[in-house]
Design a protein around this ligand. Sequence first.
Ligand SMILES: Nc1ncnc2c1ncn2[C@@H]1O[C@H](COP(=O)(O)OP(=O)(O)OP(=O)(O)O)[C@@H](O)[C@H]1O
Ligand SMILES: [Mg+2]
Length: 509
Amino acid sequence: MPSLLELESIAKRFGPVRALEDVSFDLRAGEIHALAGENGAGKSTTMRVVDGIVQPDAGEIRIDGKRHRIRSPLEAQALGIGFVHQEIALCPDVSVSENIFMAATAASRARLMDFSELERKSREVLAELTDVDPRAKVGTLSISNQQLVEIAKALTLDARILILDEPTSALTEAETVKLFNIVHKLRQKGLGIIHITHRMAEIFGHCDRVTVFRDGRYVDCLDVAQTTPEDVVSRMVGRKISNLYPPKLDGPAGRPILEVQGLSDGMLLDDVSFSLREGEILGIGGLIGSGRSELVKTICGLGPRRSGTVTLEGRRISISNYATALECGMVYVSEDRKVEGLFLDLPIRANISALRPTQVSTPLGLIDRAAEEAQADRLGKRLRLKAASLGQPPSMLSGGNQQKVALARMLSVDPKVVFLDEPTRGVDVGAKSEIHSILRGLAQDGVGVIVISSELPELIGLADRILVMHEGRLTGEVGPEAMTEETIITLASGLGASAAAGQLEGMAQ
Ligand SMILES: Nc1ncnc2c1ncn2[C@@H]1O[C@H](COP(=O)(O)OP(=O)(O)OP(=O)(O)O)[C@@H](O)[C@H]1O
Ligand SMILES: [Mg+2]
C-alpha cells in the first residue's frame, strides 16, 4: 500500500539561505508521526511545502502514490490536507465561529452548501476542545484559546492529512490532554497526523514514528517503541546533551531584590504578595487565565494597578508605565512575540537595541549602525542566534530564533529584574537548555529572575521556588522539597489551600 503522503528529495532556498536540502518524509494512514529537530531545522518550511505556501526548488510530493504539485493552500485543502500553523493566523476582529466557518466555506468544493450543517459541525468540534463562546471575537481570546480555535478550524475541514505545527506550545496541560484525545480518535479513523514538537514527552507518549531533521536535512526516521529520548535528542543536535537543566541555587538565597505587597488590579489580581531574593530563580505556575501574566505585567506598569506596593532593592518604587519600569531596571519579555514582542519587519539589530536606543546612538542622537551591529552581534553570539544576517527581520527566522532575539533585547539593558513569560515556548531542546543556563547565569550575577511557564517539568527543573496562582490569587509557594507536578497542579486548581498554608509556614522558618 502506498504511503498517504511522501516527500522525496525536497530542496528549497530563500536567497542565500538553504532552508531544505534533500528532505524526505513519509506518512502512513492511521499514524501520528512526530517531526523533530532544532530551531531552524526546516520542519515548518517542509510542511509549508506540503500546504502549497512554499514552492520547492526540487523534489517530489506524492499523495496515495500519485505525484502532485500543490500550488496553494486551497489546493492543499482540496487534497485533504489540514494545517494548524505554528503562529496563529486567525482574523482577530471576526468571531470564533465565523473564523472556523470561513475556512470550511473556502475549502468546500460544493456550489450549494449546507451552512447550518457547517455551523453545527464547527460548534461541535469547538465544544470538544474548549468552552469559549463561539460568538466571541477571536482577538479577545487568550493565546491558548486562539490556538484551540485554530485547531478546531483544521478539524472542521475533514482533512485526511492533518499537520500540527507545535500545537501544544501555547496550551495548558489540561488542554493538551484534550487535544491528544481528539488526535487519537482521528488516528483511529485512519487519518495521518504530523505532529511537530520539541517535547519528548509528547513524542514518546503519543506518536508512532518520529522523523528527525537537522540543518534542513533528513536525518532519520525511527519507530518510537524502539528508540529513546536520548537517541532522538542526539540525532537532533548531532551530539549528546546530558544535563537538561542547570544546577539549582546551592544554599540560601540572598537579600530581597524585589518585594511585592498586597497587589491588586481591581479586576483579577487580588492581594498578591511575594518577594524575590538574590540568586534565586522564582517560577510562577498556574493555569492560563489564573493571573500569572497579569501579575508580572502589573508590576511592570503594563497593566492597571488598584493597590499594593513594589519595593526594588529596598526602595519603594512607583511604576506608572513600562518606561518607568525600564528606567528602574525591570524588563518584561512577553509570551506573545507577534503582538507585544518583536517588530517582526525591522532588522534583528534594531529589535535588539530598541529598549535603549541611546546605547547605540551618536551624540547627535542618530543610530550608530556599527554600534548597533556590534551589540546585536555580541548578544546574538551569546544566545547562539541563527540568522543569515543581523539585518534580516525576525519574520524570516524560525520560532525559536525569534525568541532568542527577544532575549537578546532583554539582555541589552543590563537589567536588575527580568520577568519572562513562557520564555522557551517553541524553543528546541538545545536552545532551551542554553536559555536556562543564561537565566541561571543572570541569577548568579545578582539579577532577579522571574519565569512564568505552563510546562511543569520546566518550572520544576529550572526554578528554586515556585509561586502558584489560581483565579488571581497566590494559592501556594512551593520550595525545593515539595516540587512535584502533583503539588503544583493541586494548588493551580485551587484545591490545596490548606496544604499551601502549611508550606508557606514551612518556607517562613
Ligand atoms: N521566508 C523565508 N525567508 C528566508 N528564510 C526563511 C524563510 N522561511 C524560513 N526560512 C529559514 O529556513 C530555515 C528553516 O526554518 P523553519 O521555520 O522551517 O524551521 P523550524 O524547523 O520550523 O524551526 P522552529 O522549531 O524554530 O519552528 C531557517 O533558517 C529560517 O530562517
Ligand atoms: Mg517551525
